[in-house]
Design a protein around this ligand. Structure first.
Ligand SMILES: NC(=O)c1ccc[n+]([C@@H]2O[C@H](COP(=O)([O-])OP(=O)(O)OC[C@H]3O[C@@H](n4cnc5c(N)ncnc54)[C@H](O)[C@@H]3O)[C@@H](O)[C@H]2O)c1
Length: 322
């Protein structure tokens, strides 16, 4: 049994490879090839949670569970908000194969999934990216999205202006792209073609008036029924796709709260992104459509990413099959 650290994950799991893995995972989920249960979440003190995310994919020879804590206010102390491990088991004999750092896996696979979906839902000429939330996901999303679109400019906003400024300086240096820190979310998103919401906000940070026609939104931050980043009028204005419907109807606050307020009906979820990735469901119909990917994050994504890392380290080569 291998114990795989965050730095090993970062060394092995390059973003482009992970984008391909996430396409496979999201399609497998939509095609019903994988087995998952909606994650049990144990509330800890305050806003903190312990989540358990199991998945099994027979064809991919992967079974296991991600166990992690989510402490949403940890950014105030410079501590990661997501910490834990992914346990990967052999499907042939049930042996524990690897324990893989969950913070690193979550950081990379979440952004890679957004990039895979952006590739099929954003306009082909989308070039202006807005990042709301200048934390780990803010950084990983820029790294991932520049692999699927020719980005020309990046705007960033965070509830802490100093976090947005530090992000702009750091990511401009890393990517060579112009990155501008904005004073408000609306200033960051007004002219954006792709918007990523990556915050632990529980009240909306974005409404329809802040988004131009034709934009694509990756709504990533709100993963619980009481929490949302998107106002109901924005959800109603968009073509809404989810990663896994079974989870979305229980956990997606952006959707559930808009539904509760009567802004949308249950039919507003058009389908799962895996169906769009497989070419079985239309995504964007017009250049002026607003498309929304409601990302909750699914166990199969973690398991496929962690299993890939374990196979590479075990086999010593990078082109192992899934
Ligand atoms: N959908 C998924 O698969 C998935 C996966 C991982 C993380 N997440 C969620 O994404 C969010 C960001 O994760 P992270 O790892 O980057 O966290 P992080 O702690 O690294 O960064 C969070 C950032 O958000 C800012 N922030 C806090 N409250 C805010 C608010 N109300 N408005 C605007 N900005 C605010 C903080 O200043 C910080 O810079 C979290 O809510 C997390 O639970 C979702």
């Amino acid at each position: 049994m291998q114990v795989i650290t965050a730095s090993q994950v970062e060394e092995v799991l390059d973003m482009q490879r992970c984008i391909d893995l996430m396409k496979t995972a999201l399609i497998a989920l939509a095609e019903g090839e994988a087995r998952q249960i909606v994650r049990p979440v144990l509330p800890l003190s305050g806003k903190n949670l312990l989540g358990m995310m199991p998945a099994f994919h027979g064809a991919g020879k992967v079974a296991g569970v991600k166990v992690l804590t989510v402490f949403p206010d940890n950014y105030q102390q410079g501590i990661p908000s997501h910490q834990g491990q992914v346990l990967v088991f052999e499907t042939e004999n049930g042996r524990l194969k690897a324990i893989v750092d969950a913070e690193a896996i979550t950081g990379i696979r979440t952004a890679a999934a957004s990039a895979a979906v952006t590739q099929v839902l954003a306009r082909p000429d989308a070039s202006r990216l807005a990042i709301l939330g200048a934390g780990l996901q803010g950084r990983q999303h820029l790294r991932a999205l520049r692999l699927v679109r020719q980005l020309q400019q990046v705007t960033v906003w965070d509830i802490r202006p100093e976090a947005a400024s530090a992000y702009a300086e750091e990511m401009e240096k890393e990517t060579g792209l112009p990155v501008r820190a904005c004073a408000t979310a609306a200033e960051a998103t007004r002219e954006a073609d792709i918007i990523c919401t990556l915050t632990p906000a529980v009240e909306p940070i974005l409404c329809a008036a802040d988004v131009q026609p034709g934009a694509h939104i990756n709504a990533v931050g709100a993963c619980a029924p009481h929490a949302r980043e998107l106002a109901a009028d924005l959800v109603a204005a968009g073509r809404l796709f989810v990663d896994w419907k079974e989870a979305a109807v229980r956990e997606a606050g952006d959707y559930l709260l808009a539904l509760k307020e009567g802004a949308i009906t249950e039919e507003h979820i058009l389908g799962e992104v895996g169906q769009v990735l497989a070419g079985k469901l239309p995504g964007r119909l017009n250049a002026s459509d607003i498309t929304i990917f409601e990302s909750l994050g699914q166990a199969l994504q973690d398991l496929m990413a962690a299993n890939y890392v374990a196979n590479v380290l075990l086999g010593g080569k990078r082109n192992d099959s899934l």
